[in-house]
Design a protein around this ligand. Structure first.
Ligand SMILES: C[S@@+](CC[C@H](N)C(=O)[O-])C[C@H]1O[C@@H](n2cnc3c(N)ncnc32)[C@H](O)[C@@H]1O
Length: 462
């Protein structure tokens, strides 16, 4: 029977070490993943066991570059251009509004932050959208920043070269305008102008010293990173993000993220269906008290004794082949389902949102008689209800992503198991990993707050 590389005590120590560095909480259910990733780095540094590797990380003078490599290994970097198109569509609407408002005020300045931007696809997407909206109008001071804890990801973001897979959702006009296809047609490089439009920096969201100066952002995207943190780290980051926004600024979370039970600092809007929230225009301090929980200290939580579960045992040939075929089939099925859902649902939600916006404008019309105004308000409420029901479908979309994430984990374990079983005849590493989503566990939405609760409906309508 196969054993873990890290014994129970060393696993607990690594769990605490990673947590303190990043906020990422490797719970017992993800132990095998942490074990595989630490083992990979330990072997690369010629260490035979976990305690020696940990000692090296904590004491060696040349450890910083190895710490960076470990952080890189233990975090999930899955991202792509125009990821979650529904959210990008809402961003387009909001940026339109901000541009109009700033033009009128004669203050042509917009500040956007993509926090935890991985290899840069998200901030570059935002930069492209803003640029299209401005259509070459001069006199604007647009600042778009991308940050991530992983210095490797930031270096890659600065290089501005991306795989076919990562540009797969980019609409054609953007692809031909802002990218050049490399000689190797599987890669695309950003035009120099676009590459220079985003500033990157390697910082950690849980390090106050690194985030304190980040202020006055109109919009902050912080998608698909909080899901890896425990509640203590999530609250800390949400409070920091609140401070980083201007009053009335927008926070955009990933579709699997949730504020539920974490903070009352953010206001819901009609776009909260898509995880857009507002720092209230008149708020001066974050309101975390109501959502406070009595958390243990981060380290104490992370090192709590882990029950010892056996790791998956090494696989024989027929098992690995069957799994490989299953993974391929499942991935293809889920991908098709996901595309169908995205197409039909996205369009319907967009159409309904547009009608509600029009209704809301009509209701403001001063010449409207009270009866018509009441009727329009009634219709608007009905449509908002419809939007909430459509959101259930949007959740289904998230579930399909969660399934794909599980597949990724399965694939990771399979490859790990193969490395542990040199007597395997069939090389499963030859399996085309591109068929799978890369290292993406992020729809692991155990915190799904079921936004259809009565509280949420009340919050929307009252
Ligand atoms: C899945 S990617 C999200 C990329 C992008 N926001 C998106 O949704 O497409 C998560 C990123 O969070 C970064 N990350 C993890 N912990 C972090 C921390 N404490 N501070 C900053 N970034 C962190 C990882 O390095 C990784 O690149």
């Amino acid at each position: 029977m196969q054993t873990y590389f890290l014994d129970d005590q060393t696993f607990a120590q690594f769990r605490a070490y990673i947590y303190d560095l990043t906020g990422i909480d490797y719970t017992e259910s993800k132990r095998y993943l942490l074990d595989t990733r630490v083992r990979r780095r330990a072997r690369e540094t010629n260490m035979d066991d976990g305690p020696s590797y940990l000692n090296f990380l904590q004491t060696s003078a040349e450890n910083q570059s190895e710490i960076d490599l470990l952080i890189d290994q233990v975090s999930t970097h899955e991202t792509s251009f125009f990821r979650h198109t529904n959210q990008i569509a809402i961003f387009e609407k909001i940026i339109d509004e901000i541009i109009d408002e700033r033009r009128m005020a004669g203050n042509k300045r917009i500040k956007i932050w993509s926090a935890a931007c991985s290899t840069g696809e998200e901030p570059y997407t935002l930069a492209m959208v803003v640029r299209e909206k401005l259509g070459g109008e001069t006199g604007w001071d647009i600042s778009i920043e991308g940050t991530d804890i992983s210095s490797g990801s930031i270096a890659q973001a600065r290089r501005g070269r991306f795989s076919e897979r990562n540009v797969r959702s980019t609409p054609e006009p953007y692809l031909s305008k802002y990218f050049r296809q490399d000689k190797d047609p599987r890669f695309y490089t950003l035009t120099p102008d676009m590459a220079n439009s985003v500033k990157f920096e390697a910082i950690s969201l849980i390090d106050n010293a690194q985030t304190n100066a980040r202020r006055d952002f109109d919009i902050v995207f912080c998608r698909n990173v909080l899901i890896y943190f425990d509640d203590v780290a999530k609250k800390k980051v949400l409070e920091m993000l609140w401070k980083s926004l201007v009053p009335g600024g927008h926070l955009v979370l990933g579709t699997s993220d949730s504020l539920h039970g974490l903070t009352d600092s953010f206001q819901r809007t009609q776009h909260s269906v898509f995880n857009f929230f507002l720092r209230a225009p008149d708020s001066t301090v974050p309101n975390t008290a109501a959502a406070a929980t009595q958390g243990t200290t981060p380290t104490a939580r992370a090192v709590e004794a882990a029950p010892s579960l056996p790791p998956p045992s090494a696989l024989d040939n027929s098992q690995s082949l069957q799994l490989k075929i299953l993974i391929e089939r499942l991935d293809r099925g889920i991908r098709d389902l996901s595309e169908d859902l995205n197409n039909s649902l996205g369009k319907t939600i967009d159409a309904v949102s547009t009608v509600t916006t029009t209704l809301e404008t009509l209701v403001q019309n001063e010449n409207l008689d009270p009866k018509s105004r009441a009727e329009l308000r009634g219709a608007d409420r009905q449509l908002m209800r419809i939007l909430l029901f459509l959101q259930v479908g949007d959740r289904t979309q998230q579930k399909t992503e969660a399934l794909r994430a599980t597949l990724q984990e399965l694939s990771d374990n399979l490859l790990g198991a193969e490395k542990e079983a040199p007597d395997l005849q069939v090389s499963i590493t030859s399996f085309d990993k591109n068929l799978l989503p890369q290292d993406d566990e992020e729809s692991d939405d155990e915190d799904d707050d079921g936004t259809m609760s009565q509280d949420d409906i009340d919050a929307l309508f009252n």
